[in-house]
Design a protein around this ligand. Structure first.
Ligand SMILES: [Zn+2]
Length: 264
C-alpha cells in the first residue's frame, strides 16, 4: 500500500515538474517569436491636421513615428524586400519595418509625400483605380505618377472598386460572384500596369476580407502576395496570400507605438 502511494507521489511530482518546465519553455519560445525576426507592416490610410475619423492619423503623429524609427535604429525597408525573403526562404532582416498606405487618399499626396521625401523612406501604396481622378477624396493619376517618380513609392493593387467580398457573396449568385471577384482582381492589375508601366503583383484585401477561394483566384490572376489586417508582424513561413499588417490609429503614439513595434 505504502509502495503504491510513494509510486503515485513520484508520478505526480514528475507530471507537475513536466507541466512547469513545459509551460516555461512555451512562454520563452513565444517571446522569442514576438521579439525576434518578425517585420511589422505599418498600415496608414489618411493624414491631416485633425483626427477627422478613425482612419486618420494626424500628420505630426505620423512624423513622430518616422522620428521614433530613425532615433531607435529601425530600418524602413521596401515591402518587396519582405516578399523576396519569404519567397526565397531567406531570414527577414532584423530591426526593420515596412510602411504602406491603402486607398489613395489625397492626403497621401499633400501630407505624406513631403515627409517621405524628408526621411527618404520607401512606401507601398495600395490603390483601387475606380476612385482615382474620380472621387473627391482620392488622388489623381498625375499625382500618383508624381509619387512614383520620386522612386520612393511602389504602387500596387487594392482591387478595382474596393468591394466587400462578404457582402458581394451574399448578394450575388455563384456565377455573378465569381465574375465580380475575377473583374476586381484583374481589372485593377491591368489598369495599374497600363498607367504606370510596372509589374503589379501585390494585393491588399479590401477590409482585410479573404478566404481560400479569394486567395486562389488572386494567385491565378498573377498576384504573388496579398495582405490582411491581422495585428502581428510578418514572420518566415507565413501564408503569402494573407500576410498581416498593423492598421494604425491616431492613439498609436508614444508608448503605444513602441509596444506595437516590440510586441511587448
Ligand atoms: Zn481600403
Amino acid at each position: 500500500m505504502r509502495a503504491v502511494r510513494v509510486g503515485t507521489a513520484i508520478v505526480l511530482m514528475a507530471v507537475v515538474f513536466w507541466f512547469i518546465t513545459g509551460s516555461f519553455a512555451a512562454v520563452s519560445a513565444d517571446k522569442a517569436v514576438t521579439s525576434g525576426t518578425g517585420v511589422p507592416i505599418l498600415l496608414y490610410h489618411r493624414l491631416g491636421p485633425t483626427v477627422a475619423d478613425s482612419m486618420t492619423i494626424t500628420t505630426p503623429v505620423f512624423e513622430s513615428h518616422l522620428k521614433y524609427l530613425r532615433q531607435n535604429g529601425y530600418t524602413v525597408i521596401p515591402l518587396r524586400q519582405v516578399i523576396d525573403c519569404l519567397k526565397n526562404n531567406k531570414p527577414l532582416p532584423p530591426h526593420s519595418v515596412v510602411i504602406v498606405a491603402d486607398d489613395g487618399h489625397k492626403s497621401i499626396y499633400t501630407d505624406m509625400l513631403p515627409l517621405v521625401r524628408k526621411y527618404q523612406i520607401p512606401v507601398t501604396l495600395f490603390i483601387y483605380p475606380s476612385a482615382i481622378s474620380n472621387a473627391s477624396y482620392a488622388m489623381t493619376w498625375n499625382q500618383l505618377k508624381e509619387l512614383k517618380e520620386t522612386g520612393l513609392f511602389d504602387l500596387q493593387s487594392h482591387t478595382y472598386w474596393h468591394p466587400n467580398f462578404k457582402v458581394e457573396k451574399k448578394r450575388l449568385d455563384k456565377k455573378e460572384y465569381e465574375k465580380v471577384v475575377e473583374t476586381q482582381l484583374k481589372k485593377s492589375k491591368d489598369k495599374l500596369e497600363k498607367e504606370f508601366g510596372t509589374k503589379i503583383d501585390l494585393l491588399a484585401w479590401p477590409f482585410g476580407i479573404y478566404d481560400d477561394y479569394l486567395s486562389g483566384k488572386a494567385s491565378e490572376a498573377g498576384y504573388v502576395a496579398a495582405f490582411s489586417i491581422e495585428r502581428r508582424p510578418v514572420r518566415s513561413g507565413d501564408n503569402m496570400m494573407s500576410l498581416p499588417r498593423f492598421l494604425l490609429e491616431n492613439a498609436n503614439q508614444g508608448k503605444s507605438f513602441e509596444r506595437l513595434l516590440t510586441g511587448n
